[in-house]
Write a protein that binds this ligand. Structure first.
Ligand code: ATP
Ligand code: MG
Length: 631
């Protein structure tokens, strides 16, 4: 499956565009199917309706586990590194992982879980998280992993949206010198979740937790009651594999749905190619399994290719900013896949933390999540890769299932801070505001994709209309990514940022509407508007303009109360960095907030506000500018 030269890439790409069905069928042949497909692809982007490998039967865990047992049963599948560097790391071979997945799958069955049931997973970054994910897939249950930083309210919304039947969690998690009481958060969430029948609790931090009779069960007790044989459920290629909620720019969680067959082929193919994974190498992706990057490049992509994947529980700066580099040295990591926000944060400590650490095992570096700035790119290249490791700057989305525009390591000639070229099978187009395709090179536009690939989302859970509206209605017959993009003189793609209203805070996607909803829940707040502004470490910071007329208390205390509300409703990751009290917001005549004006104010760029002709009351803007200067 691996492409070895630029000429081969060009040839493969051409074939993949001219004969997409033949191309993807050829890739799919490299996976294990219980029954092959009757039809490779049927699709339209109007409904939308997309089906890959129709009629095929498979189980993704047979591809990720069983098929490696004979040759690679004793090869490490997962290496786990604890938050605490003193704690021994854990290695699970393919044989052991297979056993544990089957065992836990039997626990789920014993507790009444059936094919198609939705399961919420809210866990620390421990091997049992990957085991829980795979155990769901083993029996055809649909997993919905929620990042361990979300609040009870956010969890409840997500659980209710997909009517989850069971929750898998832990007593708590460690992140740096902090402990998060996961079970307590789940207990709060479940007050409002009538569909949840059982909660399975892993012991990890050993903090006291309440265990409700008839509902809550210990992981450790349950696995003793079952055996390790669990046949893999036969799934249709188009059966649901998982739901993953994205930040959601309209405030309501948006459950992106991926299906078994296409997702597997796409995650596996992109993993093998972009990173040039070689047998016996150690692959380290620093994302959390709660995000799509963790789903595709900690769990499914690497395991489907028989790779060794490293799971790290902690954060790059604990106990010292050398931690990530020490892990690379300790486990002889060959491929390191991380995010610009992590690179920028480590960069701020200078070169000292890298001194004396042997990172010669590194062969390939990767970046994901937001546009990487050139300074960070060069630092990564020079200080981490010693100018010896290609950097794959991978552009993709929760909705795309896997990498879309990305260099292929050792194949694609690189340009700093550039996602370069589309992977085989991906047909990007740039369009102007009216949806007209912009041809040629040296141009800017809205990035769309004009032909389906196996990893494309199939729907948003329980609300197909929303999927259509969000991705397929902006421009007819195109998948709209929401990102702006430049195609340079050489035909290389460089993502310029989002054209929608999402803020990227330290690699976490936060919808402006979601934060506004949270702020508006605070008693006394009349209305608010939230925008992002450039932040040296976080990438983007959150700037909130808040209308709060009845100021009884000190404004500073009120600000703290608002921060507390946001923490309760969404989580600490969504706390505004700046709050400005205002008496009104700039609105259009049709009542829409003009965010681009607020963005300029937040950036301190008030000399040219652009076209303000649709503004209802220009006086409001003057007032906001005045008080912003005093903040
Ligand atoms: P929501 O869809 O709810 O708004 P989100 O888009 O923030 O959430 P993700 O799917 O995790 O959630 O993020 C995908 C987005 O991240 C892309 O659309 C793009 O804006 C950005 N992104 C990811 N990788 C890169 C990259 N290599 N270069 C530039 N931007 C990137
Ligand atoms: Mg998005």
């Amino acid at each position: 499956m691996q492409i070895k030269s630029l000429a081969e890439y060009e040839e493969t790409y051409k074939f993949s565009v001219e004969q997409p069905e033949e191309f993807w069928a050829g890739i799919a042949e490299k996976f294990q199917w219980k029954k092959k497909w009757d039809k490779v692809l049927s699709w339209n982007f109007t409904d939308p309706q997309i089906k890959w490998f129709e009629g095929a039967k498979l189980n993704i865990t047979e591809n990720c586990l069983d098929r490696h047992l004979e040759k690679n049963g004793d090869k490490p599948a997962i290496i786990w590194e604890s938050n605490d560097p003193e704690k021994p790391s854990v290695t699970l071979t393919y044989k052991i992982l297979h056993e544990q997945v089957c065992r836990f799958a039997n626990v789920l069955k014993k507790n009444g879980v059936k094919k198609g049931d939705r399961i919420c997973i809210y866990m620390p970054m421990v091997p049992e998280l990957a085991i829980a994910v795979l155990a769901c897939a083993r029996i055809g249950a649909v997993h919905s992993v929620i990042f361990g930083g979300f609040s009870a309210k956010s969890i409840a919304d997500r659980i209710n949206d997909s009517a989850c039947k069971l929750v898998i969690t832990a007593d708590g998690s460690f992140r740096g010198n902090k402990q998060i009481q996961l079970k307590e958060v789940i207990d709060d969430a479940l007050i409002g979740c009538p569909t949840v029948e059982k909660v399975i609790v892993l012991t990890h931090t050993r903090t006291p937790v309440s265990m409700l009779k008839g509902r809550d069960l210990w992981y450790e007790d349950e696995i003793k009651l079952v055996d390790t044989i669990c046949p893999a459920e036969e799934m249709d290629a188009e059966d649901m594999l998982f739901i993953l909620y994205t930040s959601g720019s309209t405030g309501k969680p948006k459950g992106v749905v991926h299906t078994v067959g296409g997702y597997m082929v796409y995650a596996g193919y992109t993993f093998a190619n972009a990173f040039n994974y070689q047998p016996d190498e150690v692959f380290f992706c620093t994302a959390d399994i709660g995000w799509i990057t963790g789903h595709s490049y900690i769990v499914y992509g690497p395991l489907s290719q028989g790779a060794t994947t490293l799971i790290f529980e902690g954060i790059p700066t604990y106990p010292t900013p050398s931690r990530l580099w020490e892990i690379v040295e300790k486990h002889k990591v060959n491929i390191l896949y991380t995010a610009p926000t992590a690179i920028r944060s480590l960069m701020s400590y200078g070169k000292e933390p890298l001194k004396g650490i042997d990172m010669s095992s590194l062969r390939v570096l990767g970046s994901v999540g937001e546009p990487i700035n050139e300074e960070a790119w060069h630092w990564f290249d020079e200080e981490v890769g010693h100018k010896n490791c290609p950097i794959v700057d991978t552009w993709w989305q929760t909705e795309t299932g896997g990498l879309m525009i990305s260099p292929i390591a050792f194949v694609t000639p690189l340009k700093p801070a550039c996602a370069t070229l589309p992977l085989p099978g991906i047909q990007p187009v740039l369009v102007d505001e009216n949806g007209k395709e912009i041809e040629g090179n040296g141009v800017n536009g809205n990035l769309c994709i004009k032909f389906p690939w196996p990893g494309i989302l199939r729907t948003t859970y329980g609300d197909h209309e929303r999927c259509k509206q969000t991705y397929f209605s902006t421009y007819p017959n195109l998948y709209f990514t929401g990102d702006g993009c430049m195609r340079d003189e050489d035909g290389y793609y460089k993502i310029t940022g989002r054209v929608d209203d999402v803020i990227n805070v330290s690699g976490h996607r936060i919808g402006t509407a979601e934060v506004e909803n949270a702020i508006n829940m605070h008693a006394g707040v009349v209305e608010s508007a939230v925008v992002g502004y450039p932040h040296e470490v976080k990438g983007q910071g959150i700037y909130a303009f808040v209308i709060y007329p009845k100021m009884h208390d000190e404004p500073e205390l009120t600000k703290k109360d608002i921060l507390q509300t946001v923490t309760r409703v969404i989580g600490a990751i969504a706390k505004p960095d700046k709050i400005l009290f205002v008496s009104g917001l700039p609105k259009t005549r049709s009542g829409k907030i003009m965010r681009r004006i607020l963005r300029k104010i937040a950036e301190g760029e008030t000399s040219n506000l652009g076209d303000t002709s649709t503004l209802l009351d220009p006086g409001v803007v003057e007032e906001i500018i005045g008080s912003a200067q005093k903040l």
